[in-house]
Design a protein around this ligand. Structure first.
Ligand code: BTN
Length: 329
């Protein structure tokens, strides 16, 4: 096993010019390693599943990957994202934060090239193959214990859509936690709160983005529903998406903390909603009812009118799934 820091140094160098083919000699010199060691590092990275192609003489990073330096160089936030941990592989970035909660400060960001047990909403799995997705978890430690944190999923969805838009990608939000491009899911958000007794210790906003997955990386049973930015639009630099996301998120969060005004980010969710103005099935564990989707209320709840009873109600719990006649949407 080669040391993790050597892997990081090699990845950082290759990531300075992704998709460019470099000679092994050039890489070994730039990383202050022997050629033999560089080859060993590249071999292990390739075994880890990182998107690199190499032979005896040359190596190519096939798409841009996560880089702390790149995020920090672009970041314009006051507090959020100033402490970044980038892991090669982890079970789940949300669970990593839970395990290290007491030693991590407000605004810490944990990223991983790969997650082995990524978690989705409602106990679902979330797949994060090495070097082709964003797996990130942001830790918030608000001093206000009474904070209604469920609205933070909408805040994160709005910040992500704005970040994608700043990167020339038009996306929609499928309440409560999916972000879509061309009606296919390219991102999911999992917000969790950690308590010690009745004391709120931290809120974790976990976001997975399918950035540079290729068609063959999407399992057959998900092809109708899920996709990636690379498949739908073009190869993207995940670091640009993350730094812009953090900026939008911080702006919404700080202003919401100071005046509890959810309008700025909920307006983004409303404008980019994939659901409002249409009819969908509202499913929970024991029912499935058709409804017209009316709006998003001030608490971020989806307001629907059931077609069978004409009752109009906000969906308070986020345990619902919204489905189209033929499946996902
Ligand atoms: C969903 O669509 O149901 C939510 C998916 C959330 C996935 C992200 S990836 C980073 C963070 N770590 C996890 O284990 N899950 C979230």
């Amino acid at each position: 096993m080669v040391p993790q820091n050597l892997k990081a140094i090699h990845l950082d160098y290759l990531n300075s010019e992704p998709t460019h083919s470099a000679s092994i000699i050039e890489v070994s010199e730039a990383c202050s390693c022997s050629e033999k060691m560089t080859k060993k590092v590249l071999e292990e990275l390739s075994e880890d599943g990182m998107p690199i192609k190499f032979d005896f003489k040359t190596v190519t990073l096939l798409n841009p990957i996560l880089s702390k330096t790149s995020i920090i160089n672009q970041l314009e936030t006051e507090r959020i994202g100033h402490h970044i941990i980038l892991l090669q592989s982890v079970d789940s970035t949300n669970d990593y934060i839970k395990k290290h909660l007491s030693s991590l400060n407000h605004g810490s960001l944990v990223l991983a090239h790969e997650q082995t047990v990524g978690k989705g909403r409602l106990g679902r799995q979330w797949s994060s193959p090495a070097g082709k997705t964003i797996s990130m978890s942001l830790l918030l430690k608000p001093s206000n214990q009474k904070l209604r944190y469920s609205i933070l999923t909408q805040m994160a969805a709005a910040a992500l859509v704005q970040s994608l838009s700043a990167n020339n990608i038009q996306a929609e939000i499928k309440w409560p936690n999916d972000v879509l491009v061309h009606k296919k899911k390219i991102s999911g958000i999992l917000t969790e709160a950690e308590y010690s007794g009745s004391q709120l210790e931290g809120i974790i906003i976990g976001i997975g983005v399918n950035t540079n997955l290729d068609k063959e990386d999407i399992p057959l049973f998900l092809k109708e529903k899920a996709s990636s930015l690379k498949i739908e639009v073009e190869t993207v630099d995940p670091n640009k998406i993350i730094s812009k996301f953090l900026e939008f998120f911080e702006t919404y969060y700080e202003s919401w903390l100071s005046d509890q005004d959810s309008k700025p980010f909920l307006d983004v969710c409303r404008k980019h909603s994939a659901l409002i103005g249409h009819q969908y099935w509202i499913e929970d564990t024991d029912s499935r009812r058709k409804a017209s989707i009316d709006s998003l209320d001030v608490d971020g709840a989806l307001v629907v009118t059931y077609l069978d009873t004409s009752e109009t109600t906000p969906l308070i719990s986020t345990h619902y799934s919204i489905r189209g006649d033929n499946g996902y949407i």
